[in-house]
Design a protein. Structure first.
Length: 148
């Protein structure tokens, strides 16, 4: 089943991320790419969710798809995991390769991320739990859960 999850993640572009701090929860959307079950996104380090990630690292996430002509054909990944801002060249290069492969993005170089001249930072989500919903594969109202 994890192969179907990997395929679905690779077909998506928009990820919803939930974070929290002492003032409560926060939610945002980011463009993302996946490499197997690992998720990558670029974001401004001063954005509210980025500050939450710096302070905690715990995130929940979701991406979904549906056929507007057939509301019984829906797919979704929901999960939680650890999110970190990447600072090692090999990690950054892996994330940038995923973004280029999935989104065609080449907005920033590894050198710019490493020397601080980029306006954004690169983040990686390492899931610890994933719930997969796929009406076509699993039937309506059925899900598959994966502890990673």
């Amino acid at each position: 089943m994890s192969e179907q999850i990997v395929t679905f993640l690779a077909s998506q572009q928009l990820l919803t991320i939930a974070t929290a701090d002492e003032d409560g929860p926060w939610i945002c959307n980011v463009y993302f790419a996946s490499d197997d079950l690992t998720l990558y996104f670029l974001s401004m380090p001063e954005a509210r969710h980025s500050v939450h990630i710096k302070n905690s690292g715990n995130v929940a996430f979701s991406t979904a798809w549906f056929d507007p002509d057939n509301m019984k054909d829906r797919k979704s990944v929901q999960g939680r995991g650890e999110c970190t801002m990447l600072t090692e060249r090999s990690d950054i290069e892996a994330g940038l390769a995923a973004l280029k492969n999935q989104l065609g993005w080449e907005h920033v170089s590894a050198d710019a991320l490493l020397d601080g001249s980029a306006e954004v930072s690169l983040y990686r989500i390492t899931p610890s739990y994933i719930k997969y919903w796929d009406d076509e594969l699993l039937g309506e109202e059925q899900t598959f859960e994966l502890e990673v």
